[in-house]
Write a protein that binds this ligand. Structure first.
Ligand code: TMP
Length: 207
């Protein structure tokens, strides 16, 4: 694939969606063509699956069923949005990708790592060029995430220890893969945006 594929990861409330918007705006101002997208979602079919997985009771789906639903959404997102944009040579910024499944379904409620990895190889098979991990104290993240109005609280309802396991899992994943950059997500949005821009600068295609 041509283009540059960047994923944003982190616990709930880590600020990655705000940072994704700020980054996309900055890159567009600099003359790049950017597709800013998100998971679960990012294509019409995947947005429908988003409602199924993010709304409703905590026990609505087992972790195994979630793996299938998130992977189905990701496959559609990849086919309809990500791959076409990369083929056009664009910078694709996705707010979450496969690392979220590795963490939220793979390790936070028992060890389903093998199942997640095998399904990823079978159905997705690509990794981002660069993954920005927004690292934040989970109690700050959870307070931010639950303060947001809305009905998409199924994962926030899983509680603080769930988010703590997720944070530790993300940091461990980052230590194992060279594509990760860990960004300190504490501080105001502009300060964090500066950190993001300096991390990304060496990877940008020349204009
Ligand atoms: P968001 O709040 O960043 O939009 O993410 C929605 C929730 O979905 C978040 O709590 C994490 C969860 N999630 C998973 O559990 N597995 C996944 O594969 C993805 C993409 C998200």
């Amino acid at each position: 694939m041509a283009g540059l594929f960047v994923s944003l990861e982190g616990i709930d409330g880590s600020g990655k969606s705000t940072q994704g918007r700020l980054l996309a705006e900055a890159l567009r101002r600099a003359g790049h063509t950017v597709t800013l997208t998100r998971e679960p979602g990012g294509s019409p079919g995947a947005e429908e699956i988003r409602r199924l997985v993010l709304e409703g009771h905590v026990d609505r789906w087992s972790p195994e069923t979630e793996i299938l639903l998130f992977t189905a959404a990701r496959r559609d997102h990849l086919e309809r949005t990500i791959r076409p944009a990369l083929d056009r040579g664009e910078i694709v910024i996705t707010d979450r990708f496969a690392d979220s499944t590795r963490i939220f379904q793979g390790i936070t409620r028992g060890d389903l790592t093998d199942m997640v990895d095998r399904l990823h190889v079978l159905m997705i098979g690509v990794e981002p060029d660069l993954t920005l991990l927004f690292d934040l104290d989970p109690s700050l993240g959870l307070a931010r995430a639950t303060a947001r109005a809305g009905t998409e609280l199924r994962f926030e309802d899983m509680g603080l220890s769930f988010q703590e396991r997720a944070r530790a899992g993300f940091l461990a994943l980052a230590a194992r893969h060279a594509r990760f950059r860990v960004i300190d997500a504490a501080g105001d949005a502009e300060t964090v945006a500066d950190r993001v821009r300096s991390v990304l600068a060496p990877h940008l295609p020349r204009r």
